[in-house]
Design a protein around this ligand. Sequence first.
Ligand code: ADP
Ligand code: MG
Length: 606
Amino acid sequence: MDKLSVLKQYFGHDAFRPGQETLVDAVLSGRDVLGIMPTGGGKSLCYQIPALLLPGVTLVISPLISLMKDQVAALTAAGVSAAFLNSSQDLEESRQVWSAVRREECRLLYVAPERLENQRFLELMESRDIRLVAVDEAHCISQWGQDFRPSYLKIADFVSALPKRPVVAAFTATATARVQEDIAARLGLRDPVRMVTGFDRPNLYFDVQRPGRKKLPALISLLSERRGRSGIIYCATRSAVERVCETLEGQGFSATRYHAGLSEEERRENQDDFQFDRKQIMVATNAFGMGIDKSNVSFVIHYNMPKNLESYYQEAGRAGRDGEPADCILLYSAGDVATAKVLLSHSEQGPEPQELERLGAMVDYCKTDGCLRGRILEYFGQPHPDQCGNCGNCRGVFTEADITIPAQMILSCVKRVHDKLGYYVGATLIVQVLRGGHGHRLKELGLDGLSTYGLMAEEPRERIRAYLDCLEVKGYVYTETEYSTLRLAPQANAVLFHGERVSMTSRVERKIEPVVRQKRERTASAPADEGLLSALKAERTRLARREGVPPYIIFSNAALTDMAAKVPRTIDEFLEVSGVGQVKAQKYGEEFLAVIAGYERENKIG
Ligand code: ADP
Ligand code: MG
């Protein structure tokens, strides 16, 4: 069999995604590889296809039990013999795996890196024909990465202990050059074929919204527009997770939660509820992460701003792994900056300068009125067009207003406060002074005696904040990173003393109209019949229950959407659907065809 038949027969795909073929070819020709592809880019197939074409067993090193389980379930459903060995198994289960490996009845064996230190395991491996060792989530080997795992450092020793050196293939979604170098060096890769595909995820829609103090209502309205879809809500703190989850449940949403403060058992249970679509919304801290391979996550909403763009892109990127359109929305408020700083302060000195710099880039992302996708790609050093056409700013409608007068008021307030105190203060205090607030600190410092006190008493806090952000983006003021004080830039003088005019563009907030969204959704094939699609989904749920696997293991949303568009009537036509391989067609073909036939009868189509 060749690589394309394996791709079609087992996985049901007609073509490779960018980068996949190069990596598969390299491995098959005996070269080490380093594959850097975004989340959802399809890294697994890069070692799974060679595993099916090479003799012997392929060893896959994976950091988490949940990831192994998921992959093995997906492979098994596709008719590939695969197994894992980990601490969650009882003696009988692991004995079965061992003997399957001995009988060469297992093409892919997944293990955690800790297993490599086990003497008995090493002996078993020495007696097997191992041609390929695949290291998934390879950034775990680097201290510079987010999820350093010391036991990943043992992989190189393990590989060199084998009688014949296998091909070593490493995969990660982490982009930075430093981590890439680390992976190659520490795994001892030999002149690897390096494949870095673009980091853009065209199916993800990015947006930043600023609901001010009305975050919870804003969240609820976003969720109401997305009923019936599965999504993750990330919060900065455990208490926020608790509060948000409770509110959502009170409003009738199907939500569960995850954070490090819950018992291991509860975390596992909640994660399963989400994974198996028993609960639609997961409210979590960033502790909920890497183990998530759920492909049908249709939105990721950040209730708070994360501490840097790396984290943001990684978390937001958990949406739309199946290639379907998905939304990544960040609800930003000025308070998030302070929270992020607290979370970054591991020591008494507060955050490291480098962390503050990364935080600064994150804040810039929240404040920009330029292309959001462009900002992210820029940050990762990737070329991109000026406008992506699929983010909140590219699709937004902007109005332009002259704000010279409020700008003068704000800038002179910053100046007066500085003149009086001899130092700069934060934006919050400036806004309080302008609005004529009665805060304790304000009185103590005597700021209520200034001529700018109460000058903007009529303006809502959010509007003054928006003016301030605009002044910052335009370079009239800047935020000093260490203490977050708001400072005047030299350019402010032009407005204060020389009559320079200031204008502000602001986005007219409006919901993404359904018509526009549909256009975006219907890129690949003919439009899918929504009624048929939900009938197919119901069938998938039924089969998933019957087999005790998460629904996306049966078929991804992308596969169902394609099915609803192609409306297959025979098994041959069913095999044409993207994501339908031989085994799945055999296992589920009749049942899905029956659903399609039933639907057509009821609706008198065809
Ligand atoms: P990664 O590990 O890079 O995050 P996965 O290997 O989990 O990504 O793949 C993500 C999704 O992409 C899966 O649902 C998989 O079925 C799908 N996929 C992978 N390769 C292809 C392909 N060539 N054509 C269509 N879908 C693909
Ligand atoms: Mg993966």
